[in-house]
Design a protein around this ligand. Structure first.
Ligand code: PLP
Length: 365
């Protein structure tokens, strides 16, 4: 790349990366971008969404912001408490004359109810796209995620198991949409001095594409490490009351990049927040997810102060769900330690609770 002196602007690495990703996902087009947030914005704009778009609140804030940034109203819909994904029955009730589309999020990489959502979208003449930021390398009914809806968006951010430092892509089987998005990510330039469309700068750099091409070579190794870790957590967390590790469909391809727990305080004796506090004290980077939910963050909290009344399952999950460390840097012995700490925390909850309360009081009197 340095010898070629071609560092950005649709260089050879970006083109190769787009081609390899499209082949891997069995889609016609991959349009690589600088990150998934911009990729979402561009896909939303290229699809012509406006007015209101239905999304889950149980997602990373970028899904909502990509709409609001373009003055499109995100309408937060409740999720299915088992799958953590959009509940199609609830989606149907959120449709108004202003609705133009639905964005499903494949949360933790587990596929949305793609058939039901497609059927609803078709019946109401709505566009359907997916935020597949978590789902690179996953399949549904043996089809790679990436080929569903009008377009799907991936994130290759450094926190993802497969990354390009920063990066993202929109994949689609629609030729016109792909052509439009390629223009939009490059300021709308169609030729040397010819701008034919409003665009932005969404380009992926050559160094990111090179990182992506290298990562693609090791994808199986990354997934094997994640799977090994997931299995270690499965073994270590068995039979702990109130601790539920979410499962993946073993008949599908899965990247196992998220190890997600639901903590049921009634049975565990401690809440999700207590457990996260204990793990942090032991230097273990557990995280609350997606806390507190998009509808509880600004500007949405002010725009829709009563949203939570329609989001009972989301509210519940936002209080119960957390993630545990995984990836190639985490070893099964460390996972054993983490599981032992969780087991001790639950077993000793009666002893720990007053001490946790005292620490919190000290920190925030
Ligand atoms: C569900 C979801 N959507 C969108 C994004 C945004 O991705 P990026 O950081 O590449 O902009 C993320 C990032 O973590 C995500 O988890």
């Amino acid at each position: 790349m340095l010898e070629r002196r071609w560092l950005s602007n649709n260089g050879p690495f970006v083109r190769e990366f787009e081609q390899r990703v499209a082949e891997f996902l069995a889609v016609k087009h991959c349009v690589a971008m600088c990150n998934a947030t911009v990729a979402l914005e561009i896909a939303i704009r290229a699809l012509g969404l406006h007015g209101e778009v239905i999304i889950p609140s149980f997602t990373f804030i970028a899904t909502a912001h990509a709409l609001q940034w373009q003055e499109i109203t995100p309408v937060f819909c409740d999720v299915d408490p088992t799958t953590h994904n959009l509940d199609p029955a609830r989606v149907e009730t959120m449709i108004t004359p202003r609705t133009t589309g639905i964005i499903g999020v494949h949360v933790w990489g587990r596929q949305c109810a793609v058939e039901s959502l497609s059927e609803i979208a078709a019946r109401h003449n709505l566009k359907l796209m997916f935020d597949a930021a978590h789902a690179f390398g996953n399949s549904y009914k043996s089809r790679m995620i990436g080929g569903f809806g009008q377009a799907e968006v991936f994130s290759f951010h450094a926190t993802k198991f497969f990354n390009t430092f920063e990066g993202g892509a929109v994949v689609t089987n629609n030729d016109d949409l792909a052509a439009k998005m390629s223009l939009m990510k490059n300021f709308g330039f169609s030729g040397y001095d010819n701008v034919i469309y409003i665009g932005t700068n969404g380009k992926m750099s050559e160094i990111s594409a090179a990182m992506g091409l290298t990562g693609l070579e090791s994808l199986d190794e990354f997934i094997a490490a994640n799977r090994r870790n997931y299995v270690a957590y499965q073994a270590g967390l068995q039979h702990i009351p109130g601790i539920h590790l979410i499962s993946y469909d073993v008949t599908e391809r899965c990247n196992y990049q998220y190890v997600i727990l639901e903590v049921d305080k009634t049975n565990a004796g401690i809440s999700r927040d207590d457990l996260v506090q204990i793990l942090h004290a032991e230097n273990i980077l557990a995280r609350r997810y997606f806390y507190p939910g998009c509808h509880q963050m600004e500007p949405y909290r002010s725009y829709f102060p009563h949203a939570k009344l329609l989001l009972p399952m989301t509210e519940k999950l936002c209080q119960r769900v957390m993630s545990l460390p995984t990836g190639t840097a985490v070893q099964p012995e460390e996972i054993e330690t983490i599981c032992t700490i969780i087991r001790l925390a639950v077993r000793g909850s009666q002893e720990f609770l007053p001490r946790l309360a005292a620490i919190r009081e000290e920190q925030h009197p």
